[in-house]
Design a protein around this ligand. Structure first.
Ligand code: FES
Ligand code: FES
Length: 161
């Protein structure tokens, strides 16, 4: 067993983990941050995406011990303390970018990072960037639209498709 400590959504967090404990498991089971979803545990679905030291990572591909000392951001830290949704979250709501919602935390965390790196992505760039995030419900169309809208771009043409 190993002691780990990290900053999660701006707050200090620590716990005791096995060497094999995944970051996704630590977040969900030790910190009760169950907004990070686990859809596959084999680094395919992207439901578990969080940010570690400013990089979007699939938290099922990283050991909790590897995140020792890191700055971690999860979906729970995206809304303001009063519950006001972030721009990306609000756009997902406004444009119906979800159905069952299982993939949504990972989609949002992936989208936030995309827009930090590329504030005005093209539709093609959004679709390419979502390659590692699987959605079984929406057909991706409204997710792409939501991300484009969150970037402040006109999504009228996309809506007309
Ligand atoms: S649970 Fe991590 S990629 Fe699917
Ligand atoms: S909204 Fe159901 S998996 Fe994406």
């Amino acid at each position: 067993m190993t002691q780990v400590s990290m900053t999660v959504n701006g707050k200090a967090a620590k716990g005791t983990v096995e060497g094999r404990t995944l970051l996704s498991s630590f977040l969900r089971d030790e910190l009760n941050l169950t907004g990070t979803h686990v859809g596959c545990d084999t680094s395919q679905c992207g439901a578990c995406v969080v940010h570690v030291n400013g990089v979007a990572v699939k938290s099922c591909t990283m050991l909790a011990a590897e995140a020792d000392g890191a700055e971690v951001a999860t979906i729970e830290g995206q809304a303001a303390p009063d519950g006001t949704l972030s721009a990306v979250q609000q756009a997902f709501q406004d444009h119906h970018g979800l159905q069952c919602g299982f993939c949504t935390p990972g989609m949002v965390m992936t989208a936030v990072k995309l827009l930090e790196e590329n504030p005005k992505p093209s539709e093609h760039e959004v679709r390419v960037h979502l390659e590692g995030n699987i959605c079984r419900c929406t057909g991706y169309h409204n997710i792409v639209k939501a991300i484009m809208a969150a970037s402040g771009q006109d999504v009228g043409a996309i809506a007309a498709e």
